[in-house]
Design a protein around this ligand. Sequence first.
Ligand code: NAD
Length: 381
Amino acid sequence: MFIGSPRERFEGEARVAMTPDSATQLQKLGYHCAIETGAGKLAGFSDDAYRAVGVTVVDSIDALYASVDVIAQVRPPEANDLARLSASKTLISFFYPAQNKELLEQAKTTGANVVAMDMVPRISRAQKMDALSSMANIAGYRAVIEAGNNFGRFFTGQVTAAGKIPPAKVLVIGAGVAGLAAVGTSISLGAITYAFDVRPEVAEQIESMGAEFVFLDFKEQQQDGAATGGYASPSSPEFREAQLKKFREIAPDIDIVVSTALIPGRDAPKLWLADMVAAMKPGSVVVDLAAERGGNCDLTVPDQKIVSENGVTVIGYTDFPSRMASQASTLYSTNIRHMMTDLTPKKDGVLVHNMEDDVIRGATVAFQGEITYPPPPPKIQ
Ligand code: NAD
């Protein structure tokens, strides 16, 4: 069978779902590989680099869709892409089925099978396919780098002949995958790093990394914001008040905020309010990784960098993984390759879509002309 990747059409998207390295691995699974010309260019992979490992380079997206059995791409398909699908084909990409109901209906009518990389169950066995985590890891790292690029001072403290420089103070709000990556990056750059999450179980993780967990003066902290399947749930008004009070208290002392707080299926909670930005020192930076879902900061404008009246830079970019397109493509294409490994049990280049497999079932949102989202609850093991 043939697997191929198009050039991404979403404006500004620089990632690609197949790299020359991942193509080599896919070939070992028995597949022939193809890309649309220029597919890897923005991520640093030339057509010639693909040709050198035996990948067929086709001239157009139409030719690509027509000639392959499996289409692997990064962004969810557009209506045009779906019109090119048919019952014999499989599409693998981010899909976000809860937000893309119409696309899902269209996918169903094509009869094609659709595997959503964002629906891969977050269980240990599926970690190698967990593209959400790979991308969140990059976003957390890049958020700190972006903050540093907009911050006029060192992260680390220094004693120099020209004077003593205090270390920067960084607060990371939300310590999931992106938040922990931001904590690690901030510490490695030498900043004094604080982190907060509604899930108190992450306190130990944060402290073991050398950061300080921000504890609230709130007696129910241990129960409130309790996780469901590892995810956060909305906080009670009292908990939220305690959280905002603490943030207000520390805002004048914090140089950089990286906020990553999300609650599944909801808008991002507003946690870094206008008065907190106003209390920060000029030159401080807020990087809001929740911008796509409305932002954790009152001042965030998605996809933009603004400067507040008191000189605080607020960054709401929503494309951090794409800003590190080579790294992101390498990780994403590896996640795809692992998914293909599970879809190719005999390593013979023949895709077997086994809906009895929990991971494949969980990620499949359309199958043989039916919508298969949401998946059934996981079996208790
Ligand atoms: P996410 O992107 O949904 O949310 C980011 C963080 O924001 C979470 O840690 C959440 O607790 C936090 N948050 C929500 N409301 C907040 C508030 N008001 N204040 C502060 N923080 C708030 O999370 P994620 O990165 O996708 O991770 C979710 C969970 O899944 C974590 O427990 C993570 O460890 C787990 N996970 C497990 C696996 C696996 O394979 N086992 C893989 C990835 C993630």
